[in-house]
Design a protein around this ligand. Structure first.
Ligand SMILES: Cc1cc2nc3c(=O)[nH]c(=O)nc-3n(C[C@H](O)[C@H](O)[C@H](O)COP(=O)(O)OP(=O)(O)OC[C@H]3O[C@@H](n4cnc5c(N)ncnc54)[C@H](O)[C@@H]3O)c2cc1C
Length: 418
């Protein structure tokens, strides 16, 4: 078998991988895109609702329209679809397999990881009860309805207030199903407020915060679930148990970045985001290994995914061409009120234009400030009217912070009430 040679290999053909492949090619790299599905676009072809593209294209597009823009831009780029990457070794040698090609070996100068994420399942959250048909993730239901034209049930309970669950609550209602309610373990919404308003409120679908499903009932098909209120420690309170009849339970209980390949390459991982630690060029701690999109952290907006993918692709092309310059880094750490932050490292001297993205730990429903501090001194701030865990926020590093980092120290990110 003769190995396929390229400058930059990109694993995953969703919005991150497509933007990376386009940017790497524009930067002069011989690029190869590998995608395990037959079609490119990642999760977007099944997201037929609008809400994509405002930031990048200045118009509101559906998921398929948004992904088609990128698929068109990537038209001339070498790609292998229906081809799954099964292992990667340092250097980089990529092993992939597909029904048409069999086993393939690809050798590339640098690598962009853009594998996205997968949904947490019933097994991941261990709900007690029987194992009937009618229990599935919200994304599975989305694919069944939007791509295959198949309604998976008539009366739905949705566990989790993630965006996919809320979007599906609306979609199923519009398709004539009854959505009894959305039950959320946390005391606050997990997804975007805009989805709560447009998907649940506008369609009179009740949201029950501080509730969970404790048992699944049914023999061959789901007949109902037991729901319970939870206490402050998030433990179900048996006295509040209530049987809710339903034939389908959708799970929208979180996403897991697909990082099996990343771990195998020895990249440092962030325990909170579930993705690799990256710097402002989207380079992991392994030189020449870049990552972007949901594989790094779960994003709210596909536009931000594409922007990060473009940075990764451009920088991967530069690495394949020039190799590493051996830079020094400052760490970026989540401080008070902040749950996670990306990038976790900044190359020095830091670029003032770098965007620091973060998620807060709990909702702040009043004016607050995002602060960047170096050696205890505030070097940048951004005022917000509110901050919510379900909504990613960002602020620019700025010249003062970049200068402070030149003089040593790490960067901390905090949120404080105004
Ligand atoms: C239901 C839903 C609704 C959303 N709604 C909106 C919205 O309204 N507006 C908005 O802006 N954003 C929305 N998003 C978010 C946006 O779609 C995601 O942030 C974006 O798709 C993530 O892009 P990605 O490229 O990182 O991952 P993905 O789109 O998941 O693409 C990853 C790709 O990698 C491939 N892959 C994985 N492993 C391998 C392997 N080993 N070998 C080869 N290929 C592999 C996968 O098959 C997949 O095609 C929504 C997301 C979902 C799930």
């Amino acid at each position: 078998m003769t190995p396929i040679q390229c400058d930059v290999a990109v694993i995953g053909g969703g919005p991150a991988g497509l933007a990376a492949a386009v940017a790497a090619t524009e930067a002069g790299a011989d690029t190869l895109l590998l995608e395990r599905h037959v079609e490119l676009g990642g999760v977007l072809p099944q997201c037929i609702h609008p809400g994509f593209g405002l930031k990048l294209f200045g118009e509101e597009l559906t998921g398929p329209e948004y992904s088609q823009r990128w698929v068109s831009q990537a038209a001339g780029i070498r790609r292998l679809t229906d081809t799954m990457v099964v292992s990667v070794s340092p250097g980089f040698t990529v092993w992939a397999t597909g029904p048409a090609s069999g086993l393939l070996e690809v050798r590339s100068g640098s690598l962009v990881l853009a594998m996205g994420c997968r949904e947490r399942t019933r097994g991941a959250i261990a709900i007690a009860g029987t194992r009937p048909a009618g229990v599935m993730t919200a994304g599975t239901a989305q694919r069944l309805v939007n791509v295959h034209g198949h309604m998976p049930g008539k009366r739905f309970v949705i566990l989790g207030s993630g965006d996919i669950g809320m979007i599906m609550a609306r979609r199923l209602t519009w398709e004539g199903a009854e959505v009894v309610g959305v039950y959320e373990l946390l005391p606050h919404l997990a997804g975007l407020r805009r989805n709560y308003v447009q998907c649940l409120q506008d369609n009179d679908i009740p949201l029950h915060l501080g509730h969970t499903v404790t048992e699944i009932h049914g023999d061959r098909r789901l007949t109902g679930v037991t729901v319970c209120g939870v206490d402050q420690a998030m433990c179900p309170m048996p006295a509040t148990a209530q049987l809710v009849p339903a034939d389908t339970l959708l799970l929208s209980v979180g996403l897991i970045p697909e990082n099996e390949l990343t771990r195998a390459l020895g990249a440092e991982m962030d325990a909170v985001t579930g993705g690799p630690v990256v710097d402002d060029r989207m380079q992991t701690t392994v030189p020449g290994l870049f990552a972007a999109g949901n594989v790094v952290q779960v994003h709210d907006l596909a536009d931000d995914v594409s922007l990060a993918g473009a940075v990764a692709g451009r920088e991967a092309a530069a690495y394949a061409r020039d190799g590493t310059a051996g830079a020094a880094w400052a760490r970026v750490t989540p401080g008070s009120g902040v749950r996670s932050v990306v990038p976790q490292r900044l190359r020095l001297p830091a670029d003032p234009a770098t965007e620091i993205t973060l998620r807060v730990r709990r909702p702040v429903e009043q004016r607050c400030h995002l602060l960047l501090t170096v050696r205890g001194a505030t070097v940048a701030r951004r005022r917000l009217d509110y901050a919510r865990p379900g909504e990613m926020v960002s602020l620019s590093l700025g010249a003062q912070a970049a200068q402070a980092l030149r003089e040593g120290g790490d960067l901390a990110v905090e949120v404080v009430e105004a």
